[in-house]
Design a protein around this ligand. Sequence first.
Ligand code: PAF
Length: 276
Amino acid sequence: MRIVRDVAAVRAAVRDGGRVGLVPTMGAFHEGHLSLIRAARASCDLVVVWLFVNPTQFNEASDLVNYPRDEDRDAALAAECGADILFAPPVEEVYPDGFATTVTVGGIADVLEGAHRPGHFAGVATVVAKMLNMVGPDVAFFGAKDAQQVAAVRRMVADLDLPVAVEVLPIVREPDGLAMSSRNVRLDADDRRRALALSRGLAAARDAAAAGQADASALAGIVADELAKEDLAAEYVAVLDPDTFTPVTTVDRPALIALAARVGPVRLIDNLEVHP
Ligand code: PAF
């Protein structure tokens, strides 16, 4: 596996590479990232892993400063999973002096994470548009934990006629249910235990929907009650159409329950599909 730092080098490396798969990441790899790299390896001729902690999508300075970084470990794991190229550009390569263009996605990106993290999705959409232009992949692989990111990226790809397929892989969870996240390493033992209320609440709501509870606010209440048992309050619990991210009042078809909550110093998100 080669580590590449600049656009010219990555373009030269992917030229004539056959079907190119891109795995966008901010590093600090866990099994979720590795599942994306393996999926890319299984279906593409050339696998490029993007590793860039994108400053423009962090709306809290402390979150950016504390974001875990370990490029050597990430490079070793990416190589083990069969990546061909680790594209890890410096900030100046992505945002050179005078950079002045932002991609904003309306609608989907304005609610939930968009409302609670001003500027977040403009940062995500801009950097994803840039990496797609830099690498020119046939397919880009995203994880379902960032469900709203996936919906916003799909919207952007369709709206801007970007010639790339978006493939989404399921959330990878710890054996006890916690959704894998690079930020989990910042939970102390007690917060790690309390954080299980997120996946427990979602599972309880899923079970209630399967047992006939179709009222979206009752399902959101089930999640909130589970969080309250650990003295946690959600920033939001929302029952949504998975494609448009518009609220659903009655679960009479598959819907997504998405939530965000602060556990100690860490803000976590999770989601689960529920079926009537
Ligand atoms: O999901 C992420 O890790 C980031 O939001 C992404 C897509 C790599 C953009 O910085």
